[in-house]
Design a protein around this ligand. Structure first.
Ligand code: HPA
Length: 292
């Protein structure tokens, strides 16, 4: 993919297509991970746009990922839900994965809420637990891969930018409070997420290494979008739903699989819906419903 594919001129085609079809600018982009799209069902005045109809938009090929944008109101805030995200393991470049984030920035989005299904690396985590992401380890960047590699487009942000405060502390504090109010404290964690390219799940030795490095949950997404959002000065908040316990022993017969991940997501989707709505209702992302 050429660097040009990620710049303002290229993205303006996607921007204009969407801008001409929505009545109100969204303030929050909510990226719904595997099977986590139920949140979009709760939006008031929903308006859907299929990825396949948006020029220059990446598609998604994974079961449980629908491939549509739903614009609407959540807790009186204008949001857009992305149902399904492209992943690196599907063959997309990291730049392509992050195209929707830049397009939504052009449309007026100020805050990114990103959700994912993740394996619990921390042995105390259980299936169905919620981990708010407080930091991450980007194994792709440690290997030289980054969506911001290449010519910088200053229309979006600076060449060099900080990532040490990538996850917004005020929103994490709000999440903690909402977890208490919803009586979710027993399933609530704040931890470190690591991206692993996939599509295979991790080996036993890899899980042991992740534990030594202080990783609490691992998955195959999220960090490219977070970096691009941070680069263009969005406020970022992330949630991992723990869908399986990562296996750190050679004596265990079980193997992680996508069906178990989707099952866990289905069982926890109501909890996650309430949690996200509660945070949006309280969050520092005020509702100024402007024309797009
Ligand atoms: N590993 C990587 N990605 C995942 C996992 C996992 O255990 N569970 C859900 N996505």
């Amino acid at each position: 993919m050429s660097e040009k594919d990620f710049d303002l001129e290229y993205l303006s085609k996607s921007y204009h297509y969407i801008r001409d079809r929505i009545p109100i600018a969204p303030k929050i982009l909510i990226i719904c991970g595997s099977g986590l799209g139920a949140l979009a069902e709760t939006l008031r005045h929903p308006l859907s746009i299929l990825y396949k109809d948006v020029p220059n938009f990446p598609q998604t090929t994974v079961e449980g990922h629908e491939g549509k944008l739903v614009f609407g109101e959540l807790s009186s805030v204008n949001v857009v839900c992305m149902l399904g995200r492209p992943h690196y393991y599907e063959g997309y470049s990291l730049k392509q994965i992050a195209i929707p984030v830049r397009v939504m920035k052009l449309l007026g989005v100020e805050t990114l809420f990103v959700t994912n299904a993740a394996g619990g690396v921390n042995p105390s985590y259980k299936v169905g637990d919620i981990m708010v992401i407080k930091d991450h380890i980007n194994f792709l960047t440690l290997g030289g891969q980054n969506p911001l590699r290449g010519k910088n487009d200053p229309n979006f942000g600076p060449r060099f930018f900080a990532a040490n405060r990538a996850y917004d502390k005020a929103l994490i504090a709000t999440a903690r409070q909402v977890a208490r109010e919803l009586k979710l404290a027993h399933v609530y964690h704040e931890g470190v997420y690591a991206i692993y390219s996939g599509p295979n799940y991790e080996t036993v030795a890899e899980i042991k290494m992740l534990r030594m490095l202080g990783v609490d949950a691992t998955g195959m997404s999220t960090i490219p979008e977070v970096l691009v959002a941070k680069h263009c000065d969005m406020t970022v908040f992330g949630i991992s739903l723990i869908t399986n316990k990562c296996i750190a022993s050679y004596d265990v017969e079980d193997e992680p699989n996508h069906e178990e991940v989707l099952r866990a997501v289905t069982q926890s989707s109501e909890r996650l819906k309430q949690f996200v709505s509660g945070i949006v209702a309280k969050g520092p992302c005020g509702c100024k419903n402007e024309r797009a």
